[in-house]
Design a binder for this molecule. Structure first.
Ligand SMILES: NC(=O)c1ccc[n+]([C@@H]2O[C@H](COP(=O)([O-])OP(=O)(O)OC[C@H]3O[C@@H](n4cnc5c(N)ncnc54)[C@H](OP(=O)(O)O)[C@@H]3O)[C@@H](O)[C@H]2O)c1
Length: 260
């Protein structure tokens, strides 16, 4: 496994991370095929496989149904093996998403994530954008609220999972430690801003590198070869797919086809 520094956070992340939407939510998702939420035994095997492959980063969110609470329970005694990224701002309840970017919500959401994940510090917390990136970053004091939790030692790195290149640029200018950007063969609008993030000390996580399952390994190869990418968060519940994805990226590393 290839590892990268996540901007200036001091965190060293595996080039492939594991996205955990499918551990806790099967409604209103955009995956091409229906799926069954895996049981605890299957999740433990998936996590063991990820660790064996050298993956050290898990991405979750309050919006991913039971994902946070399941991870908290299943990672008991092995929390130290993982860097955990979660989010604030979106809640998914009764089959619907609700958004709240107020500082009050940020504080209560982070405390709830700490409880659910059974930990005393969250490695990364990102604002879960609803698409209004610029408004979120300028209007509600959401990022400042995350910063205060960081200063209190409850969070190590903060940023935004944005939805537009303009949002990414503003997040970097606002001093976010980390952004979570969309990049795949079909969606390349953020490639330039991703390449610039590192110079500002901002780490970049990638979502939807496989187009949420609509793209194949060529898309993963493309993303891994882009400058500025620190970790590609692949959402899978299939250990064989996870192995295959790591193999694809390892092969690029072996042939020196990854940027420095
Ligand atoms: N706004 C946000 O913050 C946001 C939005 C979207 C996603 N995310 C994060 O980013 C992660 C990744 O995004 P994503 O899950 O939407 O998309 P993705 O990683 O591009 O694609 C995941 C889909 O691809 C399939 N897949 C993975 N590897 C495969 C392989 N080798 N062969 C065939 N199919 C494969 C998975 O199915 P199997 O389970 O069958 O492998 C799954 O349905 C999420 O889990 C989440 O953590 C964040």
């Amino acid at each position: 496994m290839h590892y990268r520094q996540l901007g200036n956070t001091g965190l060293r992340v595996s080039l492939i991370g594991l996205g955990t939407v499918k551990l806790g939510r099967d409604q209103q998702v955009k995956y091409p095929r229906p799926f069954r939420i895996p049981d605890d035994r299957e999740v433990l095997y998936l996590l063991d496989t990820a660790r064996e492959l050298g993956i050290n980063l898990l991405d979750t969110a309050p919006a991913y149904g039971t994902s946070e609470a399941r991870l908290g329970r299943l990672l008991q005694g092995r929390r130290a093996d993982w860097l955990v990224c979660t989010k604030v701002g979106e809640v998914f309840e009764d089959g619907r998403s609700r958004y709240d970017f107020t500082p009050e919500h940020v504080h209560s959401s982070v405390r709830r994530s700490l409880e659910r994940l059974q930990t005393d510090c969250l490695d990364i917390v990102l604002i879960h954008s609803d698409g209004h990136d610029l408004e979120i970053l300028t209007r509600y004091g959401t990022l400042d609220a995350l910063r205060s939790l960081q200063q209190a030692g409850l969070v190590r790195a903060v940023g935004i999972s944005h939805k537009s290149a303009e949002g990414a640029a503003l997040a970097i200018a606002a001093g976010c430690d980390v952004i979570m950007a969309t990049l795949n063969l079909e969606e390349q609008a953020e490639a330039a801003v991703i390449a610039r993030a590192g110079a500002a000390g901002c780490g970049v996580l990638i979502k939807k590198a496989l187009g949420s399952g609509h793209a194949g390994p060529d898309s993963l190869r493309f993303v891994a070869a882009q400058p500025g990418v620190c970790s590609i968060i692949v959402g899978t519940i299939d250990p064989a797919h996870l192995r295959e994805n790591v193999r694809v990226v390892d092969a690029l590393a072996e042939h020196s086809q990854l940027p420095e």
